[in-house]
Write a protein that binds this ligand. Structure first.
Ligand code: HEC
Length: 122
């Protein structure tokens, strides 16, 4: 009996911890979940691979006052997850390019790889 009274507080503590963790808001983390590096055999280059996607499809609006500003390494990397989700209109982001054709799947794949490789400025 004594053992039970000793263990009880810890049990309650443990249970409430689990409960709190489970009910915690699952944040709207966009992302490249379970993305495996095997899908990205090549190192993606920002200048050669990523910036052209943005220049071809986005800067006509997003380097000219439309928020978010996405016009260079700093602004593209800071908004990378939003940009990725906007390519498909996922996770609450509006589909982009607005009024245009979807960015090609292979380019979206490159963008994902660039993020999973740590958004290199190369
Ligand atoms: C023709 C102009 C235009 C083009 C081109 C365009 N956008 Fe947009 N974008 C907008 C407008 C207008 C909004 C704000 C309205 C809205 O949220 O629907 C917006 C909103 C966004 C947002 C949401 C910002 C937020 O925090 O809610 C993202 C991210 C975005 N654009 C990314 C892109 C990307 C990436 C491209 C290129 C693939 C692109 N846009 C091309 C006009 C454009």
């Amino acid at each position: 009996m004594k053992k039970v009274t000793l263990i009880l507080p810890f049990l309650i503590l443990g249970l409430s911890f689990i409960l709190i963790n489970c009910t915690k808001d699952k944040t709207t983390a966009p992302i490249v979940s379970n993305f495996i590096t095997a899908d990205c055999p090549d190192t993606i280059k920002f200048v050669k691979d990523i910036m052209p996607i943005i220049s071809d499809n986005c800067t006509s609006c997003h380097a000219n006052g439309q928020s978010p500003q996405i016009s260079d390494y700093a602004t593209v990397s800071a908004n990378a997850e939003k940009i990725l989700n906007s390519f498909t209109g996922s996770n609450g982001l509006p589909f982009m390019p607005q009024g245009g054709n979807a960015v090609n799947d292979s380019l979206i794949q490159k963008f994902k790889c660039w993020i999973s490789q740590g958004k290199l400025n190369n």
